[in-house]
Structures are given as C-alpha cells and as structure tokens.
Write a protein that binds this ligand. Structure first.
Ligand code: NAI
Ligand code: MG
Length: 351
C-alpha cells in the first residue's frame, strides 16, 4: 500500500537532513507519496504572511502523519514558534524522545537507554505572556492542567507497560512551584498506582540534571512538563552522541508529526555537514507508527551498519563525510540487505 504523508523540509539544515532521510526511506522499498509543504516559518511569512499556513495544517489533518525538518524561530521577538503552534493546533500532546547508546558512537557512557515524555501543549509554552511597559514587568504563565498532566503521564506509563520498561521518573520543581509542578506530581503519584508493575519515583529538575550526567543508566522513562522536558532532551542527547542522533515524535490522538530533537543548526546549514541520523531514527518511529515494521527494521539495520563501520561518519561523530555520503552509505547497506533477503530463500531451495 502507498502511504500519503506530509513532508515539511523546514529551514537551516532541514532540507538537507530531510532530503537524506527521504532517499534512505525510498531504499527500504516502502511506498510513500509525499505531500510537500515547503512554505513554513520565515519563507511562509514572506509569501503567505503567516509562519504556519492553514494549508500545512490541513495537509497533516488529511494525511494524519507528517515528517518534519526543523524550523527556525526568531529569538525574543517576531512570530510565534511554528513548532509550538503545530503541536498546539494539532493537539500533539506527547513528545516522545528516545535516547539510547548507539553502536560505534563514542560517548562517556555505555548503557544509556532513556525515553523522555515531554508534555507538548501547555506549561510555560502556553503562550500566556504579558508585559507591562510602564513598570517593565514581564510575566509568563506556566499553565498546568489536570487533563493535560493525566494524559502525558498515562502515556508514559502505557509506553512503559507496552515495551516492558521498568521505571517511570517524574521530573518537577514542586518544592518551589507548589501549585503547577505540585499538581503534576500529585497526578503522577495517583496514576502510578494503576501500574504496580512499573516502578515510580520523582526527582526535582536540578537534581535530575546532575543524576543524569553521572548515572544515566539508573533511569528509564522520564516524564516532565514542557520546558523541563525540552531541556532534559538536549541534556540526554549529549549522553548518547549529541543532537545529531536523537529522534522524536509528536503524538496526539488524531495526528502524529515525526521530527528530530535538534533545531535548524544555522552554524552548519547549507554545508552538507549535518548528521541525518536523528531524522532517520524519527523516520523509523514513523514507519513503526504506520505499521511498516519490515521497512523500519531495514532502515535501522542500514543505519547501524554505517555507525558500526565508522568510516562514513559526519563531523559531529568525528568523521569527515557529508550528509549525502552518510546517507548513500546507509542506502548501500540497505540494498545489500534487501538483495540477501531476496536471494536467501532461493539458495535455500537449491541446497
Ligand atoms: P540546534 O539544535 O539547531 O543546534 C545546536 C547545536 O547542535 C549546533 O551547534 C548545531 O550545529 C548542532 N546540531 C544540531 N543538529 C545537528 C545535526 N543534525 N548534525 C550535526 N550537528 C547538529 O539548536 P539552536 O542553535 O539552539 O537553535 C537553532 C534554531 O532552531 C532556533 O531558531 C530554534 O528556535 C530552532 N529549533 C527548532 C526546533 C524544531 O524545529 N523542532 C527544535 C529546536 C530548535
Ligand atoms: Mg528543544
């Protein structure tokens, strides 16, 4: 069957890593009819007059699944983040970000295997901000709701249960933010009782940062409000090889948008240098989501072959290959694997 999927190349390194990922996906044999939405962010501001045109949202509403490159957000001024708007408007409430030690990727740790569940629609990202010009006072409201907290915490526990994971750690700052973080923690403690087979504990965010950089192997699933989840995602990326290798999925009840944890990396954009691993692993999550399990396995095996081989790595992993060379090497291994799969039954029958 052919899947119709929305493709958002984004900007910065977006088009480079998206291009590489699309080619690698094609090599697996999975049939995807891409609906390309080129115009988002600054480009769309200039042509359509808004950073996230309704046509892009409609495309995802229709296709239900999207693969997305990063989109630059102006700092301190200008339009509201396309990424945040997309998550809020499509109610993609769960941001799932697995970080695991990868073969061939040198890091300080050997056994990191974490999944972060970041609440994706509220918290300090609610967009409730005011500025009193006269008094020069700025307020940003961290809105935490029972409904929003229940669904992300339950999502984390359900994931743990379905995947045989042993522990969920809830991250908060309930000692200071007694109301908002306090509510999140209370709900976590309530829901944990429904999952007696999963260990539950909680950590205050600052302590959690220290724990993770010293003993990441002690943690498993981590559930956090929006901003804490955002910060922890980049921290944890650093434990397994950096932002070039960490995937993500924004999941709602209706739609799902797959994108890497990293941003548009303006410092290396347009140089064919970016590591597409993060988006390729996001595409693997997408293939599993659309039930293309065989293609997902092929994609992963091709990527792992290249990482293990170690001779075609991008700069962030200590190599000197380009985005394109890295992707071509994955395609080489995928083709090899597909040929083996096609010929092995034949060999069997002749022997
Ligand atoms: P960033 O994630 O773009 O880059 C941080 C550092 O990691 C840079 O040194 C960059 O070169 C490196 N890096 C990131 N991805 C890489 C890759 N695939 N391969 C090799 N190196 C990689 O974060 P930064 O610089 O804070 O943000 C840049 C822009 O991206 C901002 O406008 C921000 O708002 C936006 N952003 C967008 C996101 C999205 O579209 N989902 C997520 C995060 C940031
Ligand atoms: Mg982030």
């Amino acid at each position: 069957m052919t899947h119709r999927i929305t493709l958002i190349p984004g900007d910065g390194i977006g088009p480079e890593v998206v291009g590489a990922t699309v080619n690698v996906l094609e090599a697996t044999g999975v049939k995807i009819d891409w609906e390309r939405c080129e115009e988002v962010g600054l480009a769309a501001m200039e042509t359509v007059g808004e950073p996230l045109p309704e046509a892009v949202l409609d495309s995802i509403r229709k296709n239900r699944v999207a693969l997305k490159g990063p989109v630059t957000t102006p700092v301190g001024k200008g339009f509201k983040s396309v990424n945040v708007q997309l998550r809020q408007k499509l109610d993609l409430h769960a941001n799932v970000r697995p970080s695991a030690t990868l073969p061939g990727v040198q890091t300080r740790f050997e056994n990191v295997d974490l999944v972060i569940f970041r609440e994706n629609t509220e918290g300090l990202y609610s967009g409730i901000e005011t500025f009193d010009e006269r008094l020069q006072i700025a307020d940003s409201t961290a809105r935490i709701t029972r409904a929003g907290s229940e669904r992300i915490i339950r999502f984390a526990f359900e994931h743990a249960r379905a995947n045989g994971r042993k522990q969920v750690t809830l991250v908060h700052k309930a000692n200071i933010l007694k109301k908002s973080s306090g509510l999140f923690l209370d709900i976590g403690r309530e829901i944990a009782k429904e999952y007696p087979e999963v260990d539950f504990n909680d950590r205050i965010i600052d302590n959690m940062c220290m724990q993770l950089v010293v003993h990441p192997e002690r943690y498993d699933c981590i559930v956090a409000t929006n901003l804490f989840g955002d910060i922890l995602s980049d921290l944890v990326a650093g434990l397994v090889g950096g932002l070039g290798v960490v995937a993500g999925a924004n999941i709602g009840t209706e739609y799902a948008v797959f994108e890497a944890v990293h941003g548009s990396a303006p410092d290396i954009a347009g140089q064919n240098k970016a590591n597409p691993t993060a988006l390729i692993l996001s595409a693997e999550m997408m293939l599993n989501h659309i039930n293309e399990k065989e293609a997902a396995k092929l994609l992963r095996s091709g990527l792992m072959d290249v990482l293990k081989e170690g001779s075609h790595l991008t700069g962030d992993l200590g190599g000197s290959s380009s985005t394109t060379e890295f992707a071509e090497r994955i395609i080489y291994f995928i083709n090899q694997r597909r040929t083996e799969l096609q010929t092995s039954p034949l060999e069997h029958s002749t022997s």
